[in-house]
Write a protein that binds this ligand. Structure first.
Ligand code: 5AD
Ligand code: SF4
Length: 512
């Protein structure tokens, strides 16, 4: 069968059903809805609608029979969790999961738009996958995730990558069955990207990666509009899931034996701000989750601006709430923070850190930093370096500023040459390394609890896991320790990890 016939519907919903595409026209809902950054910027006053009625339409139930899927994920944990949802939908449609794109009948690239190099990687991959389409004309290739929310990306794909079959956005994931159906039937590239703020859809199927740690969305979107960031455009307005839905999901995960949940949102400290019927914020949610019998609870990502006293008070209760907070500061200069529209000063950030450390003296703080912001001076950069040391961050993700089309910062003139930006990144990374190594050294000879996740990537004879402060430990322990939290004696420390041995305790004897 050639490409044309396939697109005409011979391989459509039900492969044995030989209707023409015209006969399927009743099923066509949207074939071409391109994104609009202008619409994505709008924030409506309408209440968020909650949908509990997701189910796979009867007519799509056979769609995946004899077919397989592969999803490649780029970017953050939110994206990785979206992949779990899409995998759940594929499985519900009867598709098989495969390990390589070569084996797949549908390939999805779940993309990240946060920096230009993330986008370049995806374009490289789309180009590379063309040869698979030549070998297998029945293959469907789709692009989803944050990049598909950008007009410039969709236009570039339409113009230069016609072998892509479908593009759909972050608000359209639940429409995957309809989008696939249209892609099987349509001659054109299927583009369905809603730019309007999405609703909250519950009960989507999920296939979780692993059975030790689980991601749980608590909210979607971001209303902060930091001047450099594309996320408020690609992920829409802030929408919180109802607490009862989240608590039920965490309870289920605990019952299934998961050891850790990571609560996810682009700005989790804004959790609950959008509830019009109650005053219920992240601190309240954490206080309830604290009482669920799941050993470890974490959350990401925080915005310092909304980090309130009640949350600090609850986190200080400890228990299953981990003593690690990822708190992106972005810059140590009040002037740069102002241009970034972060809405706090260096002093306010330091005051927040002081409050957190007073309540939780042993807390580990980590952060995100952008260097080389438009017109950042050497003095302003030095302020970032001094703040880093003053706070005593134990780890940081560091980035050179990358202009994103459509954001206010992309229109700013920039007098900082790239070699200066690179030099600043190097100097900052040296400091990050130094403080990370120092934070590890403190553990030498101590016994720490480690959640063992599996074999070490570098050495399969050793297991690897994380401490409550999220520090990587390579552990000599029996394989039966995988999935358990065990006491480990730290023998050696490095810049980014530690080496240790399982402590022979009664529990370990049981484990053996
Ligand atoms: N350029 C560089 N880094 C960025 N980040 C977000 N947008 C940009 C950008 N345009 C960084 C921030 C954020 C992290 C997820 O990515 O530090 O916290
Ligand atoms: Fe990338 Fe941000 Fe989108 Fe995550 S939310 S996929 S980090 S752009």
């Amino acid at each position: 069968m050639n490409e044309e016939q396939r697109r005409d519907g011979e391989q459509a919903v039900n492969p044995s059903d030989k209707k023409s595409a015209k006969d399927y026209s009743q099923y066509f809902e949207t074939v071409y809805t391109p994104p609009s950054l202008k619409d994505a910027k709008k924030r409506g006053k309408e209440e968020v609608a909650y949908h509990h009625d997701f189910k796979i339409d009867e007519r799509f139930k056979e769609m995946g029979n004899g077919r397989s899927f592969y999803i490649r994920t780029y970017g953050c944990q939110m994206n990785a969790h979206d992949t779990e949802v899409m995998a759940g939908i594929f499985m519900a449609l009867g598709y098989n999961a495969v390990e390589t794109p070569e084996e797949a009948d549908v390939i999805l690239l779940n993309t990240c738009a946060i920096r230009e190099n993330a986008e370049n990687k995806v374009f490289g991959e789309i180009g590379f996958l063309k040869h698979l389409k030549r070998d297998n004309p029945n293959l469907l290739l789709g692009v989803c995730g944050c990049m598909s929310q950008e007009e410039s990306v969709v236009n570039k794909i339409l113009k230069s990558y016609p072998h892509v079959d479908m593009i759909f956005g972050t608000h359209n994931i639940h429409r995957l069955p309809e989008i696939l159906n249209e892609a099987y039937l349509s001659k054109e590239m299927v583009v369905e990207v809603w730019s309007k703020e999405g609703d909250v859809i519950e009960n989507l199927p999920k296939v979780r990666k692993g059975n030790i740690k689980a991601w749980v969305n608590i909210m979607y979107g971001c209303d902060k509009f930091c001047t450099y960031c594309i996320v408020p455009y690609t992920r829409g307005k802030e929408r919180s899931r109802r607490p009862e839905e989240i608590i039920q999901e965490v309870r289920q995960l605990a019952a299934q034996g998961y050891q850790e949940v990571m609560l996810l949102g682009q700005n989790v400290n804004a959790y609950g701000k959008d509830f019009s019927d109650m005053e219920y914020r992240l601190g309240d949610l954490m206080d309830e989750i604290r009482q669920i019998g799941i050993p470890r609870v974490r959350f990401t990502t925080s915005h310092p601006r909304d980090f309130d006293d009640h949350l600090i008070e609850v986190l200080a209760k400890g228990g299953n709430l981990m003593d690690h907070i990822h708190l992106p500061v972005q810059s140590g200069s009040t002037d740069v923070l102002k241009i970034m529209a972060r809405k706090y000063t260096r002093e306010q950030f330091l005051e927040l850190v002081r409050k957190i450390k007073t309540a939780m003296p042993d807390v580990a703080l980590t952060t995100d930093i952008i260097v080389g912001y438009p017109n950042e001076t050497e003095e302003q950069f030095e302020e970032t370096m001094s703040l880093y040391r003053e706070v005593g961050f134990e780890m940081a993700y560091t980035y050179i500023y990358s202009p994103r089309e459509g954001t206010p910062a992309a229109k700013m003139n920039d007098n900082v040459p790239m070699d200066v930006k690179k030099d600043r990144l190097q100097r900052l990374n040296a400091l990050v390394n130094e403080l990370s190594a120092e934070s590890m050294k403190r553990y030498k000879g101590q016994i720490v609890d480690v959640l063992i996740e599996g074999e070490s990537k570098k050495n399969p004879d050793v297991l690897a896991g994380y401490t409550s402060k999220n520090k990587l430990v390579n552990v000599k322990a029996p394989k039966s320790a995988i999935g358990k939290i065990i006491p480990v004696k730290i023998i050696e420390t490095k810049s980014w990890s530690m080496d240790g041995e399982a402590v022979e305790t009664q529990t370990m004897a049981g484990v053996n």
